[in-house]
Design a binder for this molecule. Structure first.
Ligand code: HEM
Ligand SMILES: *[C@@H]1O[C@H](CO)[C@@H](O)[C@H](O)[C@H]1NC(C)=O
Ligand SMILES: *[C@@H]1O[C@H](CO)[C@@H](O)[C@H](O)[C@H]1NC(C)=O
Ligand SMILES: *[C@@H]1O[C@H](CO)[C@@H](O)[C@H](O)[C@H]1NC(C)=O
Ligand SMILES: *[C@@H]1O[C@H](CO)[C@@H](O)[C@H](O)[C@H]1NC(C)=O
Ligand SMILES: *[C@@H]1O[C@H](CO)[C@@H](O)[C@H](O)[C@H]1NC(C)=O
Length: 413
């Protein structure tokens, strides 16, 4: 079965608007920069048969899903921690920063679709469909579908594009208002100082205090209870402190990120416990003498082993539903300090925190919603046809089992 990007665009006239915008974006590219910087990226370290991790290779395909693997593997020096090289890009995602600091993504932080799909599987043991969906979400918001490159930090079009091939002004994962939104766990809202990507040690400390309250002061756990309450606290803080807070329903993404603390970061060698040693290491948070938290490069803690059973889309979507259902909040915006409710309601569908059978299962509405979001967002990217072709090629195989209906997506045989 083949889907056609043309059919989608014909069905959704909105996308036509992207053209004048594209022309403008192209014109705004600093001409001096163009061609001045060749692509000097350092590619991710390749995988060897000696250190296969979860079996994914740099070919965009599925690995074995067999986890419980130590990362980095002892002896695999190519994947040992290194500080980011000078000029490297890092951003708001501790998961991706960790991958780049270990060469699973290019250490300069300019990565590719294939590096990311392999890295997510091999390091965090997320299943293939989940690796594809998370990677595509990154691309539709912030990446280049032609070079298939993405900055995990700020804008880097001079490296993700090349002379004669600049296809749009893509923001990179740090770009605020696309994938990066207000009400994060440890990152400032953009309004404060324009830096919505660096670790804020004060916020990390508050997250620790919350975890102490929901578990014990001696052994704070960043589990479901801690993350549900801390997300509420961050929301309440932002409602008061950020006069330009913007909380669209899309902020549900950030609930997904919160599930990663107890779904992706815990070590299977430590009974999957989301403890402070583990979480602070992945966030690169180090406690200073005065008790405050500073920042070093993100990395797994010593002797870290990934999940035994792959994390699937249902784990993420059920997690979003359950975290939100614990403390439902209004979507909306502060406009110059005045709260305007968006009057959007979100009803989590009978959240089950029980693990579903692998593959499909879980909140199909939410999973199909994620695919829909990918397709709709693609239509607003600088090169909507290129982005849709890219998405169709990558998403179609993993989307098939869910029978999602995507507006405008018609199939032909
Ligand atoms: C299993 C893999 C991943 C893990 C474990 C992970 C982990 C996290 C965590 C814990 C946060 C919250 C940081 C905070 O709020 O302080 C976060 C945020 C973020 N991640 Fe990831 N992530 C993963 C995959 C990805 C991918 C593939 C992308 C995009 C290509 C991505 C993009 C982002 C962005 C844009 C944010 C900022 C959201 C916001 O706070 O506004 N992540 N991630
Ligand atoms: C532009 O990129 C495409 C795909 O990567 C490649 O085939 C083509 O040769 C590139 N064109 C130029 C002018 O570099
Ligand atoms: C960290 O976050 C707190 C709480 O929002 C804020 O008051 C403080 O200014 C932030 N620190 C930095 C360095 O941005
Ligand atoms: C932790 O609990 C104490 C006592 O109930 C309370 O005063 C404090 O504000 C709580 N801190 C957080 C971050 O939830
Ligand atoms: C939401 O509803 C309230 C009350 O009816 C209204 O004042 C407000 O303007 C609505 N917000 C939006 C974004 O439509
Ligand atoms: C999708 O459709 C097929 C064939 O009708 C069915 O066997 C399968 O259970 C459906 N999957 C979901 C997630 O609804």
């Amino acid at each position: 079965m083949r889907f056609s990007a043309l059919a989608i665009l014909a069905a959704v006239p909105l996308a036509v608007d992207a053209y004048p915008q594209y022309a403008k974006r192209y014109a705004s590219l600093n001409a001096e920069k163009r061609g001045k910087y060749p692509i000097l990226r350092r590619a991710a370290a390749p995988y060897s048969d000696q250190y296969p991790y979860t079996g994914a290779k740099l070919d965009g395909q599925a690995g074995t899903g067999k986890g419980g693997v130590q990362v980095p593997a002892p002896g695999d020096t190519d994947h040992y921690y290194q500080d980011p090289p000078p000029g490297a890009f890092r951003g708001p995602c501790p998961g991706l920063n960790t991958l780049a600091n270990h060469g699973f993504l290019s250490r300069d932080g300019i990565t590719t679709y294939t590096e990311m799909v392999a890295g997510l599987q091999n390091v965090y043991n997320v299943d293939f469909a989940t690796a594809v969906v998370l990677t595509l979400l990154g691309f539709v918001f912030d990446g280049d579908p032609v070079s298939q490159m993405l900055s995990i930090g700020g804008e880097a079009v001079d490296r993700t594009g090349q002379h004669g091939n600049f296809t749009g002004e893509y923001g990179g994962v740090s770009q605020h208002g696309t994938f990066e939104l207000d009400v994060s766990l440890t990152r400032n809202d953009f309004y404060l100082n324009g830096d919505a990507y660096s670790l804020n040690g004060t916020l990390f400390g508050l997250m620790v205090e919350t975890a102490k309250n929901t578990s014990t002061a001696e052994n704070p756990l960043f589990d479901f209870n801690a993350m549900a309450l801390y997300r509420l606290q961050q929301y309440q803080r932002a409602r008061v402190e950020n006069p330009w807070l913007y909380v669209p329903q899309l902020v549900l993404h950030n609930y997904g990120a919160a599930t990663f603390l107890y779904e992706a970061f815990p070590s299977s060698a430590k009974n999957n416990t989301p403890d402070l040693e583990t979480i602070s290491s992945f966030f690169g948070a180090v406690q200073l003498e005065d008790g405050t938290w500073g920042h070093v490069g993100e990395r797994p803690p010593p002797n870290w082993h990934n999940r035994v059973i792959p994390m699937n889309l249902a784990d993420v979507t059920n997690g979003i539903d359950a975290l939100y259902a614990a403390y439902p909040v209004d979507f909306g915006a502060n406009v110059n300090g005045v709260w305007i409710p968006a009057n959007q309601s979100y009803t989590p569908s009978t959240p089950s925190r029980k693990r579903q059978a692998s593959g499909s299962g879980g909140d199909t509405n939410l999973i199909c919603g994620a695919f829909q979001e990918i397709f709709i967002t693609a239509q607003n990217s600088p090169q909507p046809y290129a982005m849709l072709e890219f998405i169709l090629e990558k998403a179609t195989p993993v989307m098939a089992p869910y029978n999602c209906s995507i507006p405008g997506l018609t199939s032909s045989s």
